[in-house]
Design a protein around this ligand. Structure first.
Ligand code: ATP
Length: 332
């Protein structure tokens, strides 16, 4: 197996740029997910790694070798498209491929790819055609297979749950650009941008816009006249439009808390419920709370936000401001 290094990769189709200045490293043995919405350039990136598409500029190094302009057949990479089931194939190994169902052919294709011991596996939305339940099973099986083989794997998906459950590393793409790269925990806990905070998480992070000015060393912000504690800031801003970001599980309802909100509705999920609230300034936030807490639409309540888990963004650039949350963690 081998490390894959991508340096300033760029791909234009005529006047349209599908991949812009992409730089990342897939460590040897890593399960690496390219994640992002439809059309963000995931497949184009994967096809360039495979050699099915040539870059407009930039370099691709496979185990240290520059393969940027080598044909697919000269790259020793296994490209696996859709697969429906991958592990239960022993009963098929002696059968001619022509007699197999299309699902079994997929299993055999991956089995052969594994036997060939390529330098890396590339998978493009392999579980795309499956229903949610079977997809969850397959995620578990793919991850277990990876833990056995330690094969360098680049996996393309638009499904954040697939990426979060399987990846060692995620590169989140948006409009041809890598928006953030890190472990699932990095991206979930320390989103580098409003886009990342919104794309990851179900429901996604809630945003409370406010006007303010912060300085390095501050450990609270004033939102609608209420001081809200957050991780100590490592950078400041001029008086500008800021956005406080909070994940649903980090909001609690506290009737007497000063940060006020009105209950809009509640979605019952069994052990928890997702309560949608409108803050005094009109921001919509979602709180994940225990299902047995009674809430009524129209009710006014206070909210407490878990200080250590809050993010702060600059609205115009969309970028997160650095805080103590990022100390010692990758950012960007
Ligand atoms: P999806 O999940 O929908 O496939 P993606 O993130 O994989 O999305 P790509 O398939 O890489 O996105 O496509 C990125 C952009 O490049 C899209 O706008 C697509 O229309 C465009 N594109 C891809 N291939 C070509 C091509 N051969 N010629 C022109 N445009 C292309």
């Amino acid at each position: 197996m081998a490390e894959i290094r991508i340096e300033h990769l760029h791909k234009a189709f005529g006047g349209f740029t599908a991949v812009r200045d992409s730089t990342f490293t897939v460590p040897d043995g890593d399960f690496f997910c390219l994640l992002g919405p439809s059309g963000c350039g995931k497949t184009t990136t994967l096809r360039m790694i495979a050699g099915l598409e040539l870059p407009t500029s930039g370099r691709i190094l496979l185990g240290g070798d520059d393969v940027s302009f080598r044909r697919a057949s000269q790259r020793d990479i296994a490209f696996v498209f859709q697969l429906f089931g991958i592990l239960r194939i022993t009963h098929l190994l002696d059968r001619p491929v022509a007699g197999l169902s299309s699902g079994d052919r997929q299993r055999v294709a991956l089995g052969r790819a594994i036997v060939r011991e390529p330098l890396a596996f590339l998978l493009d939305e392999p579980l795309g055609a499956l229903d949610a339940e079977f997809r969850e099973v397959m995620c578990g099986e793919l991850r277990a297979l990876h833990d056995r083989l330690h094969a360098t794997t680049v996996y393309v998906t638009h499904d954040q749950l697939e990426a979060m459950s399987m990846a060692d590393t995620i590169a989140l793409m948006n409009g041809g650009v890598i928006e953030q790269q890190g472990t699932p925990e990095d991206i979930y806990d320390r989103p580098a941008s409003l886009f990342a905070a919104d794309f990851i998480g179900s429901p996604p992070m809630s945003f409370v816009p406010f006007r303010g000015r912060v300085a390095p060393g501050d450990s609270s912000v004033r939102v609608g006249g209420v001081d809200i504690a957050l991780p100590q800031l490592r950078e400041g801003s001029i008086d500008t439009d800021l956005v406080l970001g909070v994940r649903p599980e980090n909001i609690a309802l506290a009737p007497d808390a000063p940060f006020r909100a009105e209950v809009i509705d509640a979605e019952y999920l069994g052990t928890t419920q997702i309560v949608t609230l409108a803050t005094a300034s009109g921001a919509s936030v979602k709180a994940r709370i225990a299902a047995d807490i009674r809430v009524q639409p129209g009710e006014h309540t206070g909210l407490t936000l878990r200080p250590a888990k809050l993010s702060l963004f600059d609205q115009r650039s969309g970028r997160a401001l650095r805080t103590a949350l990022h100390d010692g963690a990758a950012h960007g």
